[in-house]
Design a protein around this ligand. Structure first.
Ligand code: ADP
Ligand code: DP6
Length: 332
């Protein structure tokens, strides 16, 4: 029988949460404990090509040109299963070739852009015509934060109800078309020791502060939303920084305790505070890794960058602006 190929290529940008997702109520379906709210960014992204091939007997996964081991391929296969099911083709395997234009597993949200790009590519390759809201519920099941990377600007991921997967989707909250940037201070590009999945599970299970988290997130969301609509960067930044600090405080209080912070992260935090003393609107957030991201005005981003360059070096500081929706690419 002649083999048939169904292929497509997609680009999705990373997103950084201002109000964090840090806990699942359903691990199989990646249903979160709280809503979360992020900013999609233009500087970091993933390009993924998927080729479903009737002659294959298993999936093959290349990341940055390197054939991946069974562990990483299995994660991708589980995700492809969602689309095989939707297409009613359980035995249609694929070759996935993905390039991360973002350091992998360093707390710079590679899993967010990765699974959003793969979701977009699968949808197109199999001609499924899944709408973006529903596609975000698929992306979510590769990595929770990926639900938010299909969309540009400020994006809210709704926690949804009970075990209803369809109700836990992402949607645009604001187009972020205002004077806004995020300066990335890359302390360490290496993969972290505790990945976000493990880190959040351990925090949920052992941190005595976790019970406070859902209420804090609800309060933060209620306050940050009008501030985003009002383009009030100081209120947005203050709430986002506090939300991140509360997340990291929970990891320190976990048992055994752990932290994603490195000495360089703390130095970067001190520089952010100094910038504020100088009258610059600069606010930090951090994820499951040592890197520090600084929310500021786009018109002041070069000044913010300069404050970090002398300590960390030019190549470690990246200015990002709000990024777009995920979109299809021409295949090579
Ligand atoms: P990060 O902070 O980079 O998001 P995570 O630990 O959340 O780190 O996710 C990293 C994991 O995501 C990797 O170990 C890999 O399993 C998966 N991943 C990263 N990039 C890709 C990609 N382009 N395609 C498929 N899976 C990917
Ligand atoms: C700190 O989405 O990577 O970046 O759903 O287990 O894949 P899994 O976790 P992931 O966690 C992201 C955690 C965070 C906060 C956020 O992006 O909201």
């Amino acid at each position: 029988m002649t083999k048939q190929l169904f292929s497509a290529k997609f680009r999705a940008h990373t997103n950084i949460a201002l109000i964090k997702y840090w806990g699942k109520r359903n691990k199989e379906l990646f249903l979160p404990v709280t809503n979360s709210l992020s900013l999609t960014l233009d500087a970091f992204y993933t390009d993924t090509e998927v080729e479903f091939d009737t002659s294959l007997t298993s999936d093959v996964f290349y990341l940055d040109g390197v054939l991946q081991n069974d562990f990483h391929t299995a994660k991708v296969s589980r995700f492809l299963d969602l689309f095989r099911k939707e297409a009613n083709r359980p035995n249609l395997f694929a070759t996935v070739r993905s390039i991360n234009h973002v350091p992998t597993a360093a707390g710079l949200a590679s899993s967010a852009s990765a699974f959003a790009a793969l979701a977009g590519a699968c949808n197109l390759a199999l001609d499924l015509a899944i709408d973006t809201q529903t596609l975000s519920t698929f992306a979510r099941q590769g990595s929770g934060s990926a639900s938010r990377s299909l969309l540009g600007g400020f994006v809210e991921w709704h926690k949804g109800q009970g075990d209803d997967s369809a109700s836990s989707y992402a949607e645009v909250f604001d187009d972020a078309d205002w004077d806004l940037a995020m300066v990335f201070v890359i302390i360490n590009r290496q993969a972290k020791k505790v990945d976000s999945r493990l880190g959040m599970e351990h925090t949920n299970e052992t941190s005595p502060f976790y019970e406070l988290w859902p209420r804090e997130v609800a309060k933060d969301l209620e306050k940050i939303k009008p501030a985003i609509k009002a383009h009030d960067i100081d209120t947005v930044g203050t709430i986002a920084e506090h939300n991140a600090m509360k997340m990291h405080a929970m990891t320190i209080a976990a048992n055994p305790s752990f932290t994603y912070w490195e000495p360089g992260s703390i130095e970067a935090m001190q520089i952010v505070r100094r910038l504020r003393e100088e009258g610059i609107s600069a606010y930090l957030t951090m994820d499951a890794g040592p890197n520090v991201k600084v929310l500021c005005r786009a018109s002041e981003a070069e000044r913010v960058k300069a404050a970090f360059v002398s300590r960390f070096g030019e190549e470690q500081i990246v200015i990002a602006k709000p990024g777009p929706n995920a979109y299809p690419l021409d295949k090579e």
